[in-house]
Design a protein around this ligand. Structure first.
Ligand code: DGJ
Length: 729
């Protein structure tokens, strides 16, 4: 493992545990993409790239060599305007108005470890020996623009992690019109394109289609990574399934507008481009200034989608998420949102918490409505002062009442927003994103604070921190319930207005860095109307995300299955809520709701005081069962077994890293008359070990469980589930 440079052939070979990524400099110093895939030995790689002369429609930048056209050359960071007609990785406008630049090699550095990205979330190392980083320094001689391409490989993770720094070393202003995080040129187009798309309450449906000539793309123009498209795509071989075939994943560590696309060209090669969405983006680089792109995490697996996902899970769980809770199991919680909405008082909260404590729940979370005069969603965002009408003793009193029950206390915020009906807005009407003289479009009667401004960020840090200091709060749900419109900032000059959305993200990241550093022991959960910002950028600051506002057990199968393509189950919040379900009005059993929610950070989101004794007894058992398996949710390997996108049932299994135990979940959606018998084959177990199935006491070989499978019990009725707890004997 490591990064090797072959000076004779000017080849960089980046080796992970099972992956190789190879770059070669051409004779003019243009970094060419030579290979990415299964690990190869450290060959010199000379002659592996093939050059042939094409027609005059692929022009030749070097008159002496007609076999080279940028239109056909596989490149690492392609430019526009000098014969490559595909989408470039970057575009810069120079002082003379032109947009032509040509990057060529200047020098490179290979360093141990992984340098931090300034101001942006990223994967990291704890010790230098965990990774190596190649910094390839390129320059456009005419403009003085310098570009540093960074590539890191890890000792224990199969990922190529890329980012780019653009530095203005010239004497005039440069306008960045496009600055993507990475571009990869594949030699062929034999791929399926995978994306995670949806909407509020049905996030991350999995779509798969064959790539065709032209562009296939997902993007967000919402100022947020979005419910609609996740900042992730994968190219997989047409035969790839959960265990077999090649999968190339691209996951952007960013929470704002992005683009991720695959372009198939005339010669059936495929270019993947990922980064900040160039749409409505521009960044001025004055002499001496630099621009850092977000990080792109690329994973290759020849063990199908499952292998790709598990590489992401392990990396994100251990070297993207941070803080005390990275390595700790999470408390079982009860949240009052669907129990009370805005109508609650301290006694009501204490009563819910009391029942929760009796049932083994460890954390009470007070959701929206505790501040200002917020009796509905039309006021008070921005006024983070307790509403004494509802909580006469304040937060400290309520928290201590909850603590006296031997439960922790958590709190909801929506810090990035302001209600027009708020003291904050009346005092600072210019503190929201807006364009002078234009309407201010509201969503849920709220506007977005302008986090591109330092003073607004400072206010946010102080107002949230002072609440956190005021009471023993051990959990925060950080919500964000709308997307950006009229994106403009009162403080930026006209020529920098198109920087607002990215400056907002930089401001948000600073706020999160400051607050999470001051309160390292608080468990932060991010939320954006559920999973509207379920992205690696947010996970860097908050190790878990509220997966969806849709808590219906059947809808959750698709949502959690799709989310697991990239994100570990330890990052997903999953709660049991009341029936009929508040989002889809479906009736499902408490057992099925519990079995689905247990594959995530488990909790309840209903009025426990309204439950019958029988239901409470069942909840108590569920909580106990979850405590028995939650280390598998937190630290285990996740294997998908059956897909809700392909059939009537869903199954997955979480297996301990040492394969000594596992927890498998099966859900069948609709009952089938006179149904055939069915066996479920597990994955990830130790084939040579024997496992006891808790409850039944039966003992099977790991090989039997994986290759022959276990009979699925006869289930009666719709929306039924079954779980297996396996322990090695
Ligand atoms: C949206 C969140 O996703 C919900 O869980 C809840 O916190 C509401 N906001 C509160 O307004």
């Amino acid at each position: 493992m490591g990064i090797y440079y072959n000076a004779e052939h000017r080849v960089f070979h980046l080796q992970g545990p099972n992956t190789s990524y190879v770059i070669q400099l051409n004779k003019n110093g243009v970094p060419m993409h030579a290979y990415w895939g299964r690990k190869v030995s450290d060959a010199p790689w000379d002659g592996m790239l093939d050059f042939i002369e094409r027609s005059s429609f692929s022009p030749n930048p070097y008159p002496e060599d007609r076999t080279i056209s940028f239109d056909t050359l596989p490149q690492e960071y392609p430019a526009y305007g000098t014969s490559d007609f595909r989408h470039p990785a970057y575009q810069v406008q120079l002082a003379d108005g032109s947009t032509i630049t040509e990057l060529a090699y200047v020098e490179h550095r290979i360093v141990n470890g992984k340098p931090k990205l300034s101001g942006l979330p990223s994967t990291y190392t704890e010790k230098d020996e965990e990774a190596q980083t190649l910094e390839l320094v390129l320059q456009d001689e005419k403009s003085g623009m310098c570009v540093v391409l960074s590539y890191s490989v890890f000792t224990d993770h199969d990922a190529i992690v890329r980012s780019v720094k653009l530095i203005n070393q010239g004497g005039t202003t440069l306008r960045l019109l496009r600055a993507l995080s990475g571009s990869v040129d594949f030699r062929h187009d034999q791929f399926h394109f995978l994306q995670l798309s949806g909407a509020w309450a049905r996030e991350r449906d999995l779509y798969r289609r064959q790539v065709v000539p032209g562009i296939q793309s997902v993007e967000s123009r919402r100022g947020s990574s979005s419910h609609q498209q996740n900042p992730f795509i994968a190219l997989v071989s047409p035969n790839a399934d959960e265990e077999n075939g090649e999968a190339y994943g691209f996951s952007l560590v960013y929470s704002g507008s992005f683009v991720a696309q695959a372009e198939v060209d005339q010669f059936r090669t495929t270019r993947v481009s990922v980064g900040i969405n160039p749409f409505d983006f521009e960044w001025r680089l004055e002499p001496g200034e630099e621009f850092q792109t977000p990080e792109l995490v690329m994973v290759y697996s020849d063990e199908g989608l499952g292998g790709m996902s598990r590489s992401y899970h392990r990396l994100y769980r251990s070297r993207l998420c941070r803080g005390t809770y990275r390595d700790r199991t999470r408390p079982v919680l009860v949240n009052n949102w669907e129990a009370t909405y805005f109508q609650f008082n301290a006694d009501k909260i204490e009563n819910i918490a009391k029942v929760g404590q009796e049932l083994g729940i460890e954390l009470f979370v007070l959701d929206d409505g505790w501040f200002g005069h917020r009796d509905s969603d039309d006021s008070s965002l921005g006024d983070w002062k307790v509403d004494y009408r509802k909580l006469p003793g304040g937060l400290a009193d309520l928290a201590s009442r909850v603590n006296r029950l031997d439960m922790q206390f958590g709190l909801w915020f929506e810090p990035e927003m302001v209600s027009p009906d708020s003291e904050l807005y009346r005092a600072h009407p210019d503190w929201c994103l807006h364009v002078e003289g234009r309407r201010r479009t509201e969503a849920r009667q709220q506007l977005i604070l302008d986090l591109s401004r330092e003073d607004v960020c400072d206010y946010l840090i102080e107002s949230v921190s002072s609440v956190l200091r005021s009471a023993p709060i051990t959990y925060v749900k950080w919500d964000m319930n709308r997307n950006m419109t009229e994106i403009g900032s009162a403080l930026l000059p006209s020529q920098r207005q198109r920087e607002t959305a990215h400056r907002y993200m930089l401001g948000l990241y600073r706020v999160l860095e400051t607050i999470t550093s001051e309160f390292p022991d608080i468990l932060f959960e991010s939320c954006s109307g559920g999973g509207g910002r379920f992205d690696p950028g947010m996970l860097y600051y908050m190790p878990q995300t509220w997966t969806s506002d849709n808590t219906d057990a059947v809808s959750r199968l698709r949502i959690q299955y799709g989310t697991s393509m990239v994100y570990p189950v330890s990052a997903m919040g999953a709660h049991v809520s009341a029936v009929p379900n508040h989002q889809v009005h479906r009736m499902t059993s408490l057992k099925t709701r519990g079995d689905v929610a247990m594959s995530g950070n488990f909790g309840y989101e209903l009025d426990l005081t309204q439950m019958t004794d029988e239901e409470k007894a069942q909840v108590k058992d569920q909580v106990e069962q979850y405590k028995d398996i939650r280390h598998l949710v937190q630290f285990g390997d996740f294997y998908r077994l059956r897909s809700p996108f392909e059939g009537n049932d869903t199954a997955w299994i979480m297996v301990a890293a040492d394969r000594s135990e596992a927890f498998a979940v099966y859900i069948r959606v609709l009952a089938e008359p006179n149904a055939p018998l069915d066996w479920l084959k597990f994955r990830g177990l130790d084939a040579s070990a024997r496992y006891r199935v808790e409850g039944s006491g039966a003992v099977y070989g790991g090989d039997q469980l994986m290759y022959a499978g276990v009979p699925i019990p006869r289930l009666h009725g719709d929306y039924q589930s079954h779980v297996w707890r396996l322990v090695r004997v």
